[in-house]
Design a protein around this ligand. Structure first.
Ligand code: AMP
Ligand code: MG
Length: 337
């Protein structure tokens, strides 16, 4: 056990967080998407500790965070499309998968020994200040145990990882609330590996048509596990009624007869719903279990704009947990790890 410090995003807190990272410790920090758990991406022991604390499978690569596009593109080979996307969407919730450069100091474990590396320049002021002060690339997945609901507040991080990480840089609630969009630029056509904070519509407006991930085929990204973001209570999607044993995750006017309810957005606003999604799942999971409920019914969400990212997270949160194990074994055995 270590004492997990709670740091303010002021000059002193940023300097302390950066010093801890540079000394090889794990520090959680606010970004505009969710809270990330950071490690110095050039430090093998720190990266190993990061996988360990999250119990993250070693074949699931991490996103590397940078203070600027220039810094990011010194570790990966960026063509004209990557440059254009960076100009439009960085700093912001977009991750680009690109070929690793040979001379990068980022340790191979960060990208699960793949020839590619996922890079992002986040927008939140606390994250930017931390990255500038750390002066090394920071590998940062979400600051929660692998497979579980992502954190959008420092409180969420501490409830999952208190005593296991050095510090959390607390800059309030994450404003976007869902993870970055992950765009693979290593093939002929850009492939959206994960819908996220930049909408597919906005990406296509800059990048042209996006290829879909091969349906049912082997995942392009080792991290695309079927079950993820999962609360302990099971989820029932696209609910048009709610049982007496169920909590309700509502979108718009709640279903008749609902008891314990968390409304993502009364006014059916997808931006508001994304920002409240993980908090709502955590709230219904803990309150629901405390009051002996058996599951969470989820009202339908339109699959457009940020709704795509929300529906993606909910589908994974609802996926059978056994499938996750089977898929891990299949992916690990396929030589991708
Ligand atoms: P997380 O760190 O939990 O936000 O997840 C990062 C996502 O980016 C995962 O779905 C990874 O599989 C994906 N990712 C990271 N690096 C790569 C890479 N080199 N190639 C493909 N996908 C990647
Ligand atoms: Mg995650």
């Amino acid at each position: 056990m270590v004492e997990t410090g709670r740091l303010a995003p002021d000059r002193e807190g940023i300097a302390r967080a950066a010093a801890l990272l540079r000394a090889g410790y794990l520090v959680a920090f606010a970004t505009e998407t969710v809270y990330g758990l950071g490690a110095d991406a050039t430090n093998e022991a720190a990266v190993a500790a990061l996988f360990d604390v999250k119990a993250r499978p070693l074949f699931n690569p991490l996103i590397c965070h940078y203070a600027s596009a220039e810094a990011a593109f010194s570790d990966v080979a960026a063509g004209p499309l990557a440059e254009r996307l960076a100009q439009h969407f960085w700093p912001g919730p977009l991750t680009l998968v690109l070929p690793r450069r040979d001379r990068t100091r980022v340790v191979p474990a960060v990208s699960a020994h793949l020839p590619t590396l996922a890079v992002r320049v986040p927008a939140s002021p606390a994250a930017r200040a931390l990255l500038a002060a750390a002066r090394v690339p920071i590998a940062a997945p979400s600051a929660n145990p692998s497979g579980r609901v992502s954190p959008t507040t420092a409180g969420h991080v501490l409830s999952d990882l208190d005593g296991r990480i050095a510090a959390v840089l607390d800059a309030g609630s994450a404003t976007i609330g869902v993870e970055s969009s992950v765009l693979d630029l290593t093939g002929e056509q850009p492939v959206l590996l994960r819908p996220g904070g930049v909408t597919a519509e906005a990406l296509a407006a800059v990048a042209g048509p996006l290829a879909a991930r091969a349906p049912g085929g082997a995942p392009r990204a080792p991290g695309m596990l079927a079950s993820h973001y999962a609360p302990r209570l099971p989820l029932r999607l696209d609910a048009t009624d709610v049982g007496s044993e169920e909590a309700l995750l509502a979108f718009g006017a709640p279903l008749a007869g609902a008891g314990l309810t968390f409304n993502l957005s009364q006014g059916r606003d997808l931006t508001e719903a994304a920002a409240r999604l993980f908090h709502g799942l955590r709230f219904l999971d803990s309150e629901g279990r405390r009051s002996g409920l058996a599951g969470i019914a989820v009202m339908p969400i339109p699959e457009q704009g940020l709704g795509r990212a929300i529906v993606d997270r909910l589908a994974r949160a609802a996926a059978p947990r056994r499938a996750e194990l089977a898929e891990k074994v299949r992916v690990a055995g396929s030589g991708m790890a």
